[in-house]
Design a protein around this ligand. Structure first.
Ligand SMILES: [Zn+2]
Length: 416
């Protein structure tokens, strides 16, 4: 089995190296934006979209044009990779996987990528970025596999490198055999069909108070003044910390889930639906809608897709599977008799079946339904291979009639 894995390290550049990397990230951003503007203009003029090769020819032209000849000082490959990124952004848009590509802003996801040529000197804790410099890095673990490409990015005032590798590993057999259903919610981060309740990260509430205070302090400063810049850095630092806390929490959770269960059944939620559920929908009205609308929603939102991403690649690496079932009716179906009614759900947390009188915690009831739907998908597909399943079948355990349980064999996104 081919295994793609990324290894991330913090870089320790000196001042000059930082300036060089900033400049290269800026050049890549410029090329991306320029190409996007060109594609938009062509579209408005009724012309065809340029392909990657044609864009590369445009790039050559920009490098010789007097007003943008500074581009020629940057290594070519990262600039071409920026054009590749634009290609991918368009493709994701056409495949309805993402919104229309937007212009990149300075300071947001500053990054550049080298497709080849990186040299690694692990003994001396340094690595060579093609055409640039030897940079020291925090050598926290060994790189395994063949290096495919490297991405350098800035985040929260620090520079990082992500080394993408590929290697052949034996197809693993999952050590555990159990199946578990997971319901992800607003009040509790997750509820398992085994009855275990996973509460949300506690540290976030404290950080959010800090964040609000820092943002208020920033709003009092004169925009673009020295003090404003300092206050802004403080806000960004808290954002980074919140992100790190959440990622760490999710990693621990997904590792435990993946270690103990050969198959994990989750709801096939769309990120868009998830954002809506924070503001409340009929099945699960959100509480404190106004308070939750801003930051909290984005945390939930990102938390969910990141949860799924981590779970999927960890299961693949262990030889287990993740089964995604349609979220329809999971919260209003009785897990005991299969009766579906809106009235079953008495409140946010209480479930009481109007047909058979079965009572349960509402999230647990949903988790059981998810598990049952997962069993239905696996029973009919029978293909317990380490790939992602988009299953059908109804959430009701009583009616197990899945129709199209064939999995789209998507490779999980590699770890970052
Ligand atoms: Zn019932």
């Amino acid at each position: 089995m081919r295994r793609l894995q990324a290894f991330q390290y913090e870089l320790r550049p000196n001042g000059e190296q930082q300036r060089k990397m900033c400049r290269l990230a800026g050049s890549c951003r410029f090329v991306f934006n320029r190409a996007l503007a060109l594609q938009k203009a062509r579209y408005e003029a009724g012309e065809k979209k340029l392909g990657y090769a044609a864009l590369c020819r445009e790039l050559v032209g920009w490098k010789t044009a007097p007003e943008t000849e500074w581009l020629a000082q940057s290594p070519s490959q990262p600039l071409q990779q920026a054009l590749k990124d634009l290609e991918r952004a368009y493709r994701n848009f056409f495949d309805q996987r993402a919104a229309f590509p937007h212009f990149k802003k300075k300071g947001r996801h500053d990054a550049f990528r080298f497709p080849q040529g990186m040299k690694l000197d692990q003994g001396n804790n340094r690595l060579f970025l093609p055409k640039l410099v030897w940079v020291r890095y925090r050598n926290s673990r060994k790189v395994v596999g063949t290096v495919k490409n490297v991405t350098v990015s800035a985040s929260g005032g620090k520079w990082f490198i992500s080394i993408q590798t590929e290697r052949e590993v034996e197809t693993p057999r999952h050590p555990a055999s159990g199946v578990v259903g997971v319901d992800v919610g607003v009040a509790n981060f997750a509820t398992l069909s085994t009855g275990e309740i996973i509460s949300p990260v506690n540290a976030l509430a404290k950080r959010q108070r800090q964040l609000v205070r820092a943002q208020r302090a920033m709003s009092r400063k004169k925009k673009f003044s020295r003090n404003w810049i300092k206050a802004k850095a403080r806000v960004q630092k808290i954002h980074t910390r919140i992100g790190n806390t959440r990622r760490d929490y999710l990693h621990k959770l997904t590792t435990t889930l993946s270690k103990n269960h050969a198959a994990v059944v989750i709801e096939d939620l769309q990120v868009r639906n998830m954002a809506r559920s924070a503001s409340g929908k009929v099945e699960r009205p959100g509480r404190n809608v106004r308070a939750k609308a801003g930051l909290n929603r984005s945390i939930l939102d990102q938390g969910w897709s990141e949860f799924r991403r981590q779970l999927e690649y960890k299961q693949t690496w262990r030889g287990g599977i993740v089964v995604a079932v349609p979220p329809m009716n999971t919260s209003r179906t009785c897990s005991a008799c299969g009766h579906v009614a809106k009235e079953n759900r008495r409140s946010q947390s209480r479930f009481e079946c109007v047909a058979c009188g079965h009572t349960a915690n509402a999230d647990m009831n949903a988790a059981r339904n998810i598990l049952a739907a997962g069993h239905a998908v696996m029973a009919c597909g029978g293909d317990v291979s380490p790939c992602r399943h988009r299953g059908a079948g109804t959430a009701a355990p009583a009616k197990q009639e899945p129709t199209e349980a064939t999995g789209a064999g998507l490779m999980p996104a590699p770890a970052r």
